[in-house]
Design a protein around this ligand. Sequence first.
Ligand SMILES: O=C(O)CCC(=O)C(=O)O
Ligand SMILES: [Fe+2]
Length: 294
Amino acid sequence: MAIESIPIVDFSNFKTNPEKVAQEVVDACKSIGFFYMINHDIPQSDIEKAFALSKEYFDLPTEEKHWILKYNDKEIIKNNKPFAPLPSVFDKEKEFLCYFSKKCHATALQILIAFGIALEIPEENGGKEFFSKSHSYDKSASVLRFLKYPRGGEAAYKDHVRAGAHSDYGSITLLFQKDVPGLEVQASRTEWISAPLIPGAILVNVGDAMELWTNGLFKSTIHRVTFLPEHNHLDRYSMPFFFHPDDNVPLTPVPSRFVNQTLSSTGDHAYTSGEYLRRKLDATYNYAAKKNSN
Ligand SMILES: O=C(O)CCC(=O)C(=O)O
Ligand SMILES: [Fe+2]
């Protein structure tokens, strides 16, 4: 049966009825790979503030934004520290940004706890904390990203697809959308359906590492961003929080009676989370380099 919409999961009952909420989360992850999380713990005022900072940054003159590119040099990346100093727009709000990214982390952990509950992970393997204990705040590649899709002009951006079809690489992604819709999801692996804006909701999706870890039980679904003609005069801002397991976590089948324990023949399961991400990034950037040289 075709999947026509993305389910909404209400987390206000997660404390009182965790099994029910967890089951809804896992049903969504097994079918469409996306769900809206409502009644989460991130205040709307914080989300608005983060969007305002993003806009403040993108509104800077281009030359001011370009200075950061000079730091885009491998030698600057040392001990996993940021590769460049923060632009002043963000530096002055460092405390808030730290707080906000920790809120995203804590919210994503709740979803992972739901996975642990519904997949009935045995206690000896970590029980409901099986996934969450593998996602520490500062030891993974998790990242909060601020994105802007500039409005189209007469000639520019004739192509209505503004972020090409892709799947995400990590375990899960939390997406904050604002004002302008545009995300489309390849439901049922064939048809595109739109992911409308639901005020206050966070759109959550499964990434490739989680699909691999659950041996295909959860679906890392392809999605893209398109602009409808009526939105072409508007800038679109979004904030994805890409959540990744710690680099050293092996992506071997999750110990759950719902997860097929037979290894696939592709050999992907031998990878740790860090190796898997590196492989994906290499494939992406080699591809980009080849495409740009054509
Ligand atoms: O901007 C969006 O709404 C989606 C972005 C996205 O899918 C991504 O950055 O992976
Ligand atoms: Fe994505």
